[in-house]
Design a protein around this ligand. Structure first.
Ligand SMILES: Cc1cc2nc3c(=O)[nH]c(=O)nc-3n(C[C@H](O)[C@H](O)[C@H](O)COP(=O)(O)O)c2cc1C
Length: 189
């Protein structure tokens, strides 16, 4: 299976990047082909809402969004790896998803229909500073997961679940157990 991980943290060695790397390691051990895209490395301009992607089926601005499209085109599964920012996924991921709207969703019809990734699979790796159980009760990681579910619904992706690492930066937080869960998640995909 071809798996694409969209890493939407600004930190190369932060919690999210470590979860993504553990997931990728597990998936590769299981024989899957994994592409990790670190969004902060890419130059992706904000969506201009020109609407030309509706007919074109992809954004007409050909910056590094082309690299994301090329990776996603042959993917069987997309993994969204993101920190929680304001109870949502991070801005680099929203920016990327906005630029992908004509590629992911056919808006020539109403209601809009899933396009390129219809029927493919998705999962998420999420980190947040809010500790358990407040990450869920107060809508931090749960808000982020809910919004990713909505993206998947519109894109026609089957959302298989989210691994959350809560309480990052707090005394006693340890990445190891979360990374091991991410590795197992990747290995069993
Ligand atoms: C701009 C910004 C907004 C944040 N908003 C939230 C939030 O709403 N809830 C939360 O629990 N953590 C929030 N955090 C904390 C991050 O989710 C947390 O530090 C996470 O571990 C970052 O992972 P990373 O270092 O791998 O990017 C925020 C951090 C930043 C920089």
């Amino acid at each position: 299976m071809k798996i694409v991980i969209l890493i939407a943290s600004p930190s190369r060695n932060g919690t999210v990047s470590q979860l993504a790397s553990a997931y990728a390691g597990g998936a590769r051990e299981a024989g899957h082909e994994v592409t990790e895209l670190f969004l902060a490395d890419l130059s992706i301009r904000p969506c201009a809402a020109c609407g030309r992607c509706i007919e074109a089926g992809r954004c007409v601005v050909r910056d590094d969004i082309a690299k994301v499209e090329a990776a996603l085109e042959g993917a069987d599964k997309v993994v969204f790896a993101t920190p929680t920012h304001y109870g949502n996924f991070s801005a680099p991921l929203l920016n990327t998803l906005e630029r992908l709207v004509g590629f992911l969703v056919d808006k020539r019809v109403f209601p809009p229909k899933p396009r390129t990734l219809r029927g493919k699979r998705a999962a998420a790796l999420v980190a947040c500073a809010a500790p358990w159980p407040f990450n869920r009760l107060l809508g931090h990681s749960s808000g982020c997961a809910a919004r990713l579910r909505e993206v998947c619904k519109q894109a026609g992706l089957a959302f298989e679940g989210v691994l959350v690492a809560p309480g990052t930066g707090r005394p006693g937080f340890s990445i190891e157990k979360h990374a091991e869960k991410a590795r197992r998640m990747g290995a069993s995909t």
